[in-house]
Design a protein around this ligand. Structure first.
Ligand code: 4NP
Length: 156
């Protein structure tokens, strides 16, 4: 069985495409690309069709992680059926997903909930803070923890 992960933020140009690129890289390095796949989406539609923000592209490049083919799209309610994991960056994303899907019980988790030390914390929006370095560290930590959880759950 293939496990599908959707990373969600507000604009789908800073945090969630960064998570998609990092997670995809981790999955590939572990040889799990035939078992685990991922995508990202924004709850807002302003940047649909755009590549990631320059700050995200730059920090990925510094860390030798490809952002090839990553392009912004908006979250749609059908995503709920398509993805086993809906992973939000902050609590406002979760509220917006509930609104867009018309389902207040939709199962969404914060990325940092998978870590030991940062459960319940948000990934701050670098579109406003400009701090892409800090976000890279948090997103990497969350992605590593999430993959560990998936490997345990699905016995990969
Ligand atoms: P993201 O950051 O949610 O991490 O992609 C944002 C990008 C764009 C906007 C807001 C947040 N915006 O308002 O255009």
């Amino acid at each position: 069985m293939e496990v599908n992960v959707l990373f969600i933020c507000l604009g789908n140009i800073c945090r969630s495409p960064m998570a998609e690129a990092i997670f995809r890289d981790l999955v590939k390095k572990e040889g799990l690309d035939n078992k685990v796949s991922c995508d990202s989406a924004g709850t807002g539609g302003w940047h649909v069709g755009n590549p990631p923000h320059k700050g995200t592209r730059d920090i990925l490049k510094i860390n030798n992680i490809s952002d090839e083919g990553i392009m912004a799209r908006q979250f749609i309610k059908e995503d709920i059926e398509q993805f086993e994991y809906l992973i939000a960056m902050d609590p406002s994303n979760i509220k917006n997903i509930q609104k867009l899907s018309g389902d207040s019980a939709v199962k969404t988790r914060l990325l940092l909930d998978y870590t030991d030390q940062k459960k319940g914390k948000e990934v701050p929006d670098p579109y406003y803070t400009g701090n892409f370095d800090e976000v890279y560290g948090l997103v990497r930590e969350g992605c590593e923890a999430l993959l560990k959880e998936i490997k345990t759950t699905y016995h990969f």
